[in-house]
Design a protein around this ligand. Structure first.
Ligand SMILES: NC(=O)c1ccc[n+]([C@@H]2O[C@H](COP(=O)([O-])OP(=O)(O)OC[C@H]3O[C@@H](n4cnc5c(N)ncnc54)[C@H](O)[C@@H]3O)[C@@H](O)[C@H]2O)c1
Length: 314
């Protein structure tokens, strides 16, 4: 990889680690981080940064021209739980930012686009176990509706205008460098911070709510991998199913107790339980495995051990 890259929404949970990873691969000066707010000290100090609103086409175009950007990673979005509170703002941000980037590619001002979808594209009539790549998709959340629409637009721009847009449906992501930004799986990050600081955690999901999850290193690797492969290898231009592990809050608590035996978990489900109840429990990602050799490296035990170790030494 030796492209000039712009990341929109670079200061969030995924964007931060993606920026570090791409700067490692492509060189610091080739990866322009941008967001509507400033990010961590490391992110701000390791390479170029621009304050940039992903809904402002002209501002993005100026940055693209100035740095001669070839690839854009669009990580700016409003996540599932926040979107239920601000439906119109979520729709405007999630859709307009995507149209801006797709249109830049359509006009050949950039060559390649990465845009993440989510397991939220599925709904309550989707088979919940081993959810197939192609299946019933009837999302009932604001966020899920925006992601499903986004997928259709990506496929449309690819087939109609030859836009090289690539996408994965991330499951819930677990990371230690940056906190999550208002999603339904945030509990799986918060729990580690509370376990270490207080020895207990009150979970906002019910104990048996099994969801597909992934450690951040795997998510970043998948992102870099799908963006590096040959365009002809990609048979899916909406978004690829992507999986690593599935667990419930109770199983995560048990895994933490193997390291911290006194850790105590209690449950106080809120509105996010209703969102989680419509999402798959596990995902069939065989298409990604076949097309671009996807394979995860972190299971629950390795994720738990890594999270506790990294947070303790942070
Ligand atoms: N984190 C997950 O578990 C997860 C799972 C599935 C899909 N995704 C998707 O991955 C992408 C990144 O998610 P994340 O978890 O890093 O989100 P996040 O909320 O942590 O980060 C989003 C970033 O976008 C920025 N932003 C908001 N409005 C903006 C605007 N108008 N212009 C520019 N930047 C703006 C925010 O400041 C923030 O830094 C999103 O599309 C999200 O839907 C995330």
């Amino acid at each position: 990889m030796s492209s000039t890259i712009l990341i929109l929404g670079a200061c969030g949970q995924i964007g931060t680690e993606l920026t570090y990873a791409l700067r490692d691969v492509c060189g610091n000066d080739c990866v322009i981080a941008s967001d509507i707010r400033e990010g961590s000290e490391e992110l701000m100090n390791t390479g170029p940064f621009e304050l940039l609103d992903a809904t402002d086409y002209t501002a993005i175009e100026d940055v693209v021209m100035h740095y001669e950007i070839e690839e854009v990673y669009l990580m700016a979005a409003m996540l599932s739980a926040a979107s239920e509170k601000f439906p119109e703002r979520a729709w405007n941000l999630n859709m307009n930012s995507l149209f801006n980037v797709l249109n830049l590619a359509k006009e050949r001002k950039i060559e390649k686009v990465f845009w993440p979808s989510s397991i939220a594209v599925f709904g309550k009539n989707t088979p919940r176990e081993n959810t197939p790549q192609r299946t019933i998709m009837d999302p009932s959340t604001v966020y899920g509706i925006s992601k499903q629409s986004g997928e259709r637009w990506c496929a449309y721009y690819h087939h109609k205008f030859g836009v090289d847009v690539r996408s994965v449906r991330y499951p819930g992501l677990i990371s230690w460098k940056t906190l999550p930004g208002g999603g339904t799986t945030d509990y799986a990050v918060e729990i580690f911070h509370h376990a270490l600081a207080e020895g207990s955690y009150t979970c906002f999901l019910e104990e048996d709510t099994t969801l597909p999850m992934m450690f951040m290193d795997d998510a970043i690797r998948a992102t870099v991998q799908i963006m590096s492969c040959d365009s002809d290898d990609l048979s899916v231009r909406s978004s690829y199913n992507l999986a690593a592990m599935s667990f419930s809050p109770k199983e995560l608590a048990t895994s933490i107790q193997k390291h911290l035996p006194d850790f105590r978990m209690s449950y106080s489900p809120d509105f996010r339980q209703e969102i989680a109840a419509t999402w798959p429990m596990s995902i069939d990602d065989s298409k990604a495995r076949k097309d671009w050799n996807w394979s995860p490296e972190y299971d629950l035990e390795r994720t738990t051990a890594t999270m506790l170790e990294k947070l303790q030494t942070k």
